[in-house]
Design a protein around this ligand. Structure first.
Ligand SMILES: CC(C)(COP(=O)(O)OP(=O)(O)OC[C@H]1O[C@@H](n2cnc3c(N)ncnc32)[C@H](O)[C@@H]1OP(=O)(O)O)[C@@H](O)C(=O)NCCC(=O)NCCS
Length: 147
């Protein structure tokens, strides 16, 4: 698949909002997505092919800490390496930003995402009881140390 990984731009917002609605039970609104657009505190990457957005990943960074907000790939483009390419570029950016670690929360039953993160060296570091709603579920905390 010949997609590119690039910084998210304003023009991606409608497709990002549509993808959120397809992938999550409590999707982010366009306003929430807008607040994660690339700036001095946010890395927001999209995978794009011929103008079609296939997936995205977002990260907030404060001091030397990175926090991944969301990763999603459109259902019809899964298992083609889209999320892997997005995370690989995100972790390159994190190293460039000299972050000490990158961390995230994931639904404890989300085997696909847990396998994806484990492949990049993220390790389980904790659990937040009943963190998610719709449906209620624990969050697994996973962290990768970069230094
Ligand atoms: C999790 C998700 C982002 C993976 O996206 P993807 O583009 O299909 O992932 P990739 O094709 O890059 O897969 C990379 C690796 O992740 C793991 N993986 C991905 N999907 C998997 C699945 N359904 N089951 C098991 N492992 C999986 C595999 O190790 C895979 O490598 P492989 O295909 O060589 O075996 C996608 O399933 C998704 O959007 N899910 C809904 C949203 C979501 O749950 N996001 C995470 C929120 S924390």
């Amino acid at each position: 698949m010949a997609f590119s990984v690039i910084d998210a731009q304003e023009r991606h917002l409608p497709a990002l909002e549509a993808l959120e609605q397809r992938c999550f039970s409590i999707p982010w609104t366009e306003e929430q997505l807008r607040s994660w657009m690339p700036d001095e505190r946010h890395v927001f990457l999209v995978a794009e092919e011929n103008g079609e957005m296939l997936g995205y990943v977002g990260m907030l960074h404060v001091l030397d800490e990175g926090y991944i907000s969301n990763v999603a790939t459109a259902p019809e483009h899964r298992r083609m390496g889209v999320a892997r390419a997005l995370l690989a570029e995100l972790l390159e950016r994190a190293k460039h930003l000299e972050l000490a670690f990158v961390t995230l929360e994931v639904r404890a039953s989300n085997e696909a995402a847990i396998a994806l993160y484990s492949g990049f060296g993220f390790q389980p570091v904790g659990r937040r009881k009943n963190y998610y709603s719709a449906p209620t579920e624990d969050a697994l905390l996973m962290t990768v140390y970069l230094k």
